[in-house]
Design a protein around this ligand. Structure first.
Ligand SMILES: [Zn+2]
Ligand SMILES: [Zn+2]
Length: 132
């Protein structure tokens, strides 16, 4: 995906992308920086943050607030209709394919003529492991 974009592929960009592509879940910038640092200790945290911002501008990655904490979680981009179910006990995050995002887009357009850019749906609660 990185090669298909018009972005110049630098070593930090390559390594940040590798870390994100290898992780099925969601990582904080600090966790990404840690993993990049294990691959190449010369890449510092600020270049990881810069790289994430660049990827976000190009919509190669998705940034979500998943917890009650004010921390961003990162992953390779996925569509708005894939929403996040966040367990408030074990912090597990489940991806759920839902019509809710497209319904919301239609609703707000009908009601307010508001054209949505980004829809973020997060459902908090208890996952299956925490309810049994
Ligand atoms: Zn849980
Ligand atoms: Zn996600």
């Amino acid at each position: 995906m990185l090669d298909g974009s018009d972005l110049r592929v630098t070593r930090p960009r390559r390594l940040v992308w590798e870390v994100l592509a290898a992780e099925p879940g969601h990582l904080t910038a600090a966790e990404i920086a840690d993993r990049v640092h294990q691959k190449d200790s010369s890449i510092n945290v600020s270049s990881v943050y810069r790289t994430l911002a660049t990827f976000a501008e190009r919509r190669l990655v998705r940034e979500s607030r998943l917890g009650s904490d004010d921390v961003s979680y990162w992953e390779t981009a996925h569509a708005d209709h894939v929403i996040h179910l966040v367990c408030s006990s074990c912090n597990a995050v489940v991806h759920h394919d839902s019509d809710s995002a497209s319904m919301l887009r239609r609703e707000v357009f009908t009601a307010h003529k508001f054209v949505s850019a980004h829809v973020e749906v997060t459902v908090t609660g208890l996952c299956i492991n925490c309810t049994v």
